[in-house]
Each structure stands twice: as structure tokens, then as C-alpha cells.
Design a protein around this ligand. Sequence first.
Ligand code: FES
Ligand SMILES: [Fe+2]
Length: 395
Amino acid sequence: MNVRPLPDLDPDEIDRLLAQGSTLPASFYTDPRIAALEDELIFRRSWQIVGVEPEVRSAGDYFTSHISGTDFAVPVVVARGEDGILRAFVNVCRHRAHFVAVDCGSKKFLQCTYHGWTYELDGSLKSVPRSGEGGLPPFDELGLYELPVGTWRGYIFVTLREAEPLEAAVSGLGEVLDSQGFDFPFAAEHADPEFDYVRHVQPTGGPSNWKAMNENNIECYHCPTTHRHSFSDMYKVDPAHYLHREFDRGVYHTSDFQDRVAQSLGLTGDSRSPGYQFYYLWPNMYLQGGVALGFSNAVERLWPDGVDGWKGEVVSYSVPEAREYPPDVVKQVDEWWRLTVEEDMEAAGRVQAGLRSGLYSWGYTLPDSERNMRHFYRLVWDALSPAFRQRLAAQ
Ligand code: FES
Ligand SMILES: [Fe+2]
């Protein structure tokens, strides 16, 4: 394992802390050496959702994305070839490193807009303006770098380094989603060529370590206080109604609309379904679904942005029928959501300041209300601990 210097932390001590229900040590959120380790052991080797299959239905369809950590960002392009095969490439031209594709669309070839080097949809180099001048290696040595790509229930995943099969990375998620009646509009069995959607991309970001933001995202112990007049007005957040559970590689939480909100949306009796469905998949992905207004499904990812920040992207896929709700209720729900997101980011930013104080080593969590957090700590530590154990063994 090739990792940079590690902070002086005792892995046995961290095991003890986590076993007794403590948080991860504060230094995990502030130390650049931990961030470097996360790049190496988490972000460079995990499968990540970059899009959905309807975005690349036909030969020539492509979209761009990226996989990032604290100290790296790899642009990615996913394209369907003339042979019908879906491929992913590092979106960096072999000439002088410009992107070969931007945004999304459909093309016969991937032509770099800088000097016009042109690649086939299978990544091989097709043509180079003025190549008659010579001086270049053979074209078959100048193809785009290909990346592992896989699909699962209509979601497209890419990884920089295939440390495990995609099936292992989504272990348990299918059962959880099925148990909650999650709708998979992009799954092959729903692959209706008429299926249409509106794709909306919203960039996000905030002033906390990515883990502090994720921890806020996966628990609702904070909802009655932090979201007193937003999320808690919309959804039932008491322990009797709020379901939160862990599974192999993630956690989820779901809840119902408050009764008066459900009534105003016409969601009563048998037609009632969870108002809120939020699924976290290790390390940095979320699926949202159910009766959420304005979209039918969304995929969100977040990445480190320095040690003290994160940036993210919410891609929502709206089905037109999802908008048949009374406009005044939709407006109110939108406002509740806007406030909720604002409150979450502010809370996570204040947490980051507290973690930075130097006077907080670790904290304590509740066994049920914060069980999702405990599971997340375990996933982080399972990924990072081999490096610490290896050092211990070498001493
Ligand atoms: S960088 Fe792509 S053609 Fe020059
Ligand atoms: Fe929140």
C-alpha cells in the first residue's frame, strides 16, 4: 500500500472508541494526511454513480462527469459505441490534455475542441489534423484511457480502479430499495423508449469536511431542533414514524408527510407512500425517490473540497406527471426544502469550526437515533484502518 505519512493515531484506541459508540476522532475531519489517505483508499477505488442509462440510449450518446477527492479530480466521459457497448474514458485528450467532450449530447466521434484530435466512440484515435508532419507515435498507442464501467438497475457506475466487483459495492442496496417500494424508472425492465424525463443539475457545496456533511445527511436526530420550521413541518420526524437503518454499504431513512401536508397533496389511504426516501451508498452517493415534489428521482454525490469543504451535485430526473400537485403546496414544500438545506449546511459548517477548535477530541452518539452515523464511522474506519495496522505491524 502506497500511502503518505499517517497521523499518530492508535488503531486499537479508535476501535475501542467506535465500539463504545464514540464518534471518529476530530483529526479525521481536519488533518490533510487523513484526506490523502481517503483519496487513496476511498475515492480512487470506489464505484460511483455518474449517470443513468436513458442518457446514453443510442450509439453516439454521451455525457461527462468526474470522480474527485481532496487532491485530484478525474474528468470522465461515458459514451455508447456504434457496437452498442457502453464505455467510460478519462476525458483527457492524449494531445495536450484538453477535455475531449463537454456536457452531454450525441456525436459520431469524440472530437477534442482544442486542436481537433478525433477519437472513435470506442476511444481509439481516428484522426489528427496535420498528422502528415509526423513526429507522433502510432495511433493505436494514442487512444483514450478506458475506465471500468458497470450498470445496476439503470444507474451507471464508474471507478478509477476496480478494487471489487460493482455487485459488492451495491451489496444490500437492492433489498433495501425493494423493501421500501423504491421506484426504478431507469431499470432495464422499465426501459420504455417513450420514457421521458427532464434532467436538472444543481451544483452544491459547503464549509465542512465531506464526512461532517454526510453525517448530517444520514441522521434526523437533529431534525426537531435544526429544522423546527422546515423539514419537521413537512415530515414526521419523531422516532415512532422516522425509519432509519443501516445496510452493508450504506444507510437509509424514510418518513411520511405530516398528515395535513399529505392531505393537501391528496396522498391519503392506499395511495399513500413515504413522503421522503433517502438512501446513502458508500462513500458519497445518495438516491432520493418517492413522492418528492418537483422530481421523481435524484442522484446526489458529494466530494471533498479541501479538508474543510465539500462540493456536490444533485441531478434530478423529473417525470412530467410528478408535477400534478397544487401549486401553492409545491411552493411551500420548495421553501421548506430550501430552508432545510440552508440549515444543514450552516450546522455542518459550525461543526467543522468546533472540530477545528483543538479542544474537542471526539464525541458520543446515541445507539438508536444515531445508528446510521455509527455505521458510517465503521465504513470509514474499515477503509482506513488497514493503513494504520500496517504501520503498527512494521514497527
Ligand atoms: S488538446 Fe486535444 S487536440 Fe490538442
Ligand atoms: Fe438536516
